[in-house]
Design a protein around this ligand. Structure first.
Ligand code: NAD
Length: 277
């Protein structure tokens, strides 16, 4: 059961399942990413903010895989939105990764009130990275509809992805639907709500019905909706478990029951991008 590729609006593709390394300590990152690559993951999601880009790069470079076989995403740290800062920060990402390109580079947060709310000039700077080939694709993270509309009005490039919080307790439907209408695939961060949705009676029930673990059921729900996911784990058994989600299916009833767990804004686990600065 191979991992499907999701087509991006710039002609590139991204593996629908990846491995996330938020809150993976630098000293644990090489082993965790190495394990993920052994299991078969070919997509790693890191960020300048996570402090482990160098270890991700090391794990990929020493994996025996060709650089071209692994899709690497990183993200511009908050505080580097000004074009000259973004250029320097982007170079530090390439240096840390030990690669002359990154597959996907994102604006991590829109920060609508910092730096005069000017994420548009930041976006134009990411367009430069794509034009010069050092970022194969460029996208955004935590962008709300209003932020995406500003990019659509004021710039030429449609983000290749929007990486946002999505899990059964927070469906984030309005932003997902906007992406759907405009050719912007959704990447669902904290897909199992950092473990918080595990133990939910509905998830427990469906997991028993299909004979899978709760984490597998929730990850399967995401991929059947077409979203891209990259669950995080430090535990080798869980890294394997989370990979095995392409050899079973949830029926419409199970899908709907999980979708109905949505608690709206109250289900949000991370900050609200409208106010986070
Ligand atoms: P997640 O939903 O992937 O949950 C990870 C946690 O769930 C683990 O620490 C572990 O405690 C538990 N877990 C994982 N697999 C399990 C299993 N099989 N059984 C039981 N428990 C299990 O949370 P996350 O790490 O926040 O999100 C995934 C990735 O999304 C991150 O690593 C990062 O790459 C990305 N992310 C991006 C943003 C952003 O602002 N762009 C924010 C948060 C996360």
């Amino acid at each position: 059961s191979a991992i499907p590729d999701v087509p991006l609006n710039d002609g590139n593709t991204i593996p629908q399942l990846g491995f996330g390394v938020y809150q993976v300590e630098p000293r644990d990152t090489v082993a965790a990413v190495r394990k993920a690559l052994e299991v078969g993951y070919r997509h790693v999601d890191t960020a300048q903010m996570y402090g482990n880009e160098a270890e991700v790069g090391e794990a990929v470079r020493t994996s025996g895989l060709d650089r071209s076989e692994v899709f690497i995403t990183s993200k511009l740290n908050n505080g580097y939105h000004r074009p000259e800062d973004a250029r320097r920060a982007f170079e530090s990402t390439l240096t840390a990764l030990g690669s002359d390109y990154v597959d996907l580079f994102l604006i991590h947060w829109p920060l609508p009130t910092r730096y005069d709310g000017d994420f548009v000039s930041t976006w134009r700077t990411l367009e430069e990275f794509q034009r010069d080939g050092r970022a194969r694709s460029v996208g955004v993270s935590n962008f709300q509809v209003a932020h995406l509309e500003r990019l659509a009005t004021e710039t030429e490039t449609v983000p290749a992805v929007n990486q946002i919080e999505v899990h059964p307790y927070f469906g984030n439907e309005e932003v997902r639907a906007y992406g759907h209408r405009h050719g912007i695939p959704t990447e669902a961060w904290s897909p199992i709500a950092q473990g918080r949705v595990l133990g939910d009676p509905t998830i427990v029930d469906i997991a028993e019905q299909v004979g899978r673990t709760q984490a597998q059921v929730v990850l399967r729900w995401h991929v059947q909706r077409g979203d891209i996911v990259f669950p995080k784990s430090n535990t080798p058994e869980r890294i394997e478990e989370n990979f095995r989600i392409f050899d079973f299916e949830l029926d419409d009833t199970a899908m709907e029951r999980i979708t109905n767990l949505d608690r709206g804004g109250a289900g949000r686990q991370g900050p609200n991008p409208d106010t986070f600065d």
